[in-house]
Design a protein around this ligand. Structure first.
Ligand code: PAF
Length: 180
C-alpha cells in the first residue's frame, strides 16, 4: 500500500494529522527517537507499521536528558538521511519540532519518576530520566498515540516510561521491543 510521507514541525500541524486519522478510524503508532537512525530504530518502526494504520516517528534531540558534562551540541544530527530512510518504510509522518516548539519561553514543568528513575543509570546521570519522562509524556499527549515503541536495550528507560504513563493515565500502550 503506497503511503504519503510528510514532515511537520509544530504541535498544531502534528495534531491536524492525528485528528484526520482519528476521524478516519485509523490507529496510531508512535516511535520517539533522537534521530541518527539505525537498524534498532527501524525494527521499532517496522513493528509499529505492522501493528497500526499510521506510524509517526518523532525526531527531537532533547536537551533535558543531557547532563552537564554531556555535549548536547555535538549529538549526531542528520535529518535528511533519517527522513530518506523512513520514507521507504511506510511511515506516514515525521514530527521534528524545533527546540522552542517543545520548550517555548517560560516552559517550566518536568516529570520525574523517583525510585526507578534514580537508581542504576539514574544515579550516574542525575536528571537523565526526568528529561526522558518529560519529553515522552509531552510526545504521548501531543500524539494521543494508541501504541508507543521503545527498545528493551534501554531497559531502565522503558520501565521509567511505563511507570510514568501508568501514573499519568496516559492511555497509550507502551511496547518494549527486543534489542536489534
Ligand atoms: O532512547 C532515546 O532515543 C531517547 O531517550 C528517547 C526515548 C527518544 C527520548 O528522547
Amino acid at each position: 500500500m503506497a503511503q504519503k510521507f510528510s514532515i511537520v514541525r509544530t504541535v498544531v500541524q502534528f495534531r491536524q494529522y492525528i485528528n484526520e486519522w482519528r476521524e478516519a478510524g485509523f490507529s496510531v503508532g508512535l516511535v520517539p527517537t533522537m534521530g541518527a537512525l539505525h537498524e534498532g530504530h527501524f525494527s521499532l518502526v517496522d513493528r509499529s507499521v505492522a501493528e497500526n494504520d499510521r506510524t509517526c516517528v518523532t525526531l527531537f534531540v532533547n536537551p533535558k536528558q543531557f547532563i552537564p558534562n554531556e555535549d548536547f551540541d555535538v549529538y549526531p544530527r542528520n535529518e535528511a538521511a533519517d527522513s530518506k530512510a523512513l520514507k521507504g518504510r511506510l511511515v506516514a509522518l515525521l514530527y521534528a519540532p524545533p527546540l522552542d516548539e517543545m520548550y517555548p519561553e517560560g516552559y517550566i514543568t518536568s516529570v520525574s519518576v523517583p525510585g526507578i528513575g534514580e537508581i542504576l543509570e539514574g544515579k550516574f546521570r542525575p536528571g537523565f530520566f526526568t528529561g526522558v519522562a518529560t519529553v515522552i509524556s509531552k510526545l504521548l499527549i501531543q500524539s494521543s498515540a494508541d501504541r508507543a515503541y521503545f527498545g528493551e536495550k534501554d531497559y531502565q528507560q522503558l520501565r521509567v516510561i511505563e511507570r510514568m504513563a501508568a501514573d499519568l493515565d496516559i492511555p497509550a500502550e507502551i511496547i518494549g521491543c527486543p534489542t536489534v
